[in-house]
Ligand binder design. Structure first.
Ligand SMILES: C[S@@+](CC[C@H](N)C(=O)[O-])C[C@H]1O[C@@H](n2cnc3c(N)ncnc32)[C@H](O)[C@@H]1O
Length: 283
């Protein structure tokens, strides 16, 4: 679908059987129609052991049953809720839903650098710590940055820096991340960790309202020059962020939105990664 003459996007959802139905309810998604593929931000052994169980579903009402079955050949103690589809077109396809047990398993197996662990633990006692992305989400972001060979990135909503640090660590030495955050206090923690991690030179911190920063980048002639963007700030203006980022991100670039299924208010069970991430690929 065309966006103000600046190309089009299609979406890949991360990813449970519920996602396609949930998407219809989301403000951002009604403008786009072409889901393309599925990614899981998990470590490779987990992906290889589970992907055959994960399928898209066209509708929540198509769930036939939920049963606890092990999904992992090597670790029989890990049990996941598996949903069977009742839509005949999908046969008896099964979909894995994340349970506390399987999420513990994901977290135990995610590759989290020591510096990110330290930042996560420092933030855990702070007000708003729940806002931080989870280690599996951060791993996915880092993986996407590496897959597309991103050099120029933008983050909207830094907080204490967990996701931005994951992105900065994944960037090459010549890479740059514009880190947009309005809260000076949390930025101080972020900057401390950028320094400790040796990535301060890659992170251009913009202490301002993100909309102002994005508009300023466009005014400075930086349209079409970013490879990757991650949005994790006020959900109500995701649409505005999308419009601006579609101008800033180049064709072939990626924009990721967090909290698409915010707090599970849209549907239950949730998608496996955080509370829902949406990936837009600019065409
Ligand atoms: C969900 S948190 C970000 C969490 C971060 N991605 C992480 O992994 O730790 C959202 C952040 O966005 C910031 N924020 C909210 N609205 C903003 C705005 N208009 N401009 C800049 N930052 C904003 C908040 O101060 C908050 O720190």
């Amino acid at each position: 679908m065309k966006m103000r003459g600046r190309g089009s996007v299609h979406f890949a959802f991360l990813c449970s059987a519920m996602t396609m139905a949930i998407a219809r309810h989301l403000l951002l998604l009604h403008r786009f129609s072409k889901p393309i593929s599925m990614l899981l931000g998990l470590n490779s052994s987990f992906v290889s052991s589970c992907t055959s169980k994960v399928q898209f579903s066209p509708s929540i009402s198509n769930i036939r049953s939920i049963a606890g079955v092990s999904t992992n050949r090597r670790d029989r103690s890990v049990r996941a809720s598996v949903v069977s589809m009742k839509d005949e077109k999908y046969g008896k396809k099964e979909v894995v839903c994340v349970t506390p047990q399987i999420y513990d398993y994901i977290l135990a197996n995610v590759r989290e650098p020591e510096i990110l662990k330290n930042l996560r633990e420092e933030t855990a006692n702070m007000r708003g710590s729940q806002m931080q992305v989870s280690p599996d989400q951060a791993q996915l972001l880092a993986m996407l940055v590496q897959i597309i060979g991103a050099q120029q990135c933008i983050e909207v909503g830094v907080f204490t820096g967990y996701s931005s640090l994951a992105i900065a660590l994944a960037l090459p030495e010549s890479g740059r991340l514009i880190a947009c955050e309005r809260d000076g206090q949390s930025l101080e923690i972020a900057k401390k960790y950028y320094k400790q991690a040796g990535v301060s030179h890659k992170v251009d911190v913009r202490h301002a309202l993100a909309i102002d920063t994005l508009n300023a980048l466009i005014l400075h002639g930086e349209a079409d020059s970013y490879d990757f963007a991650f949005v994790d700030a006020e959900k109500k203006i995701y649409q505005e962020y999308l419009e601006l980022l579609l101008q800033l991100v180049r064709v072939g670039g990626i924009i990721v939105f967090d909290n698409v299924l915010w707090h599970g208010k849209v549907a239950d069970p949730l998608v496996p990664i955080g509370d829902g991430m949406t990936i837009c690929h600019k065409k």
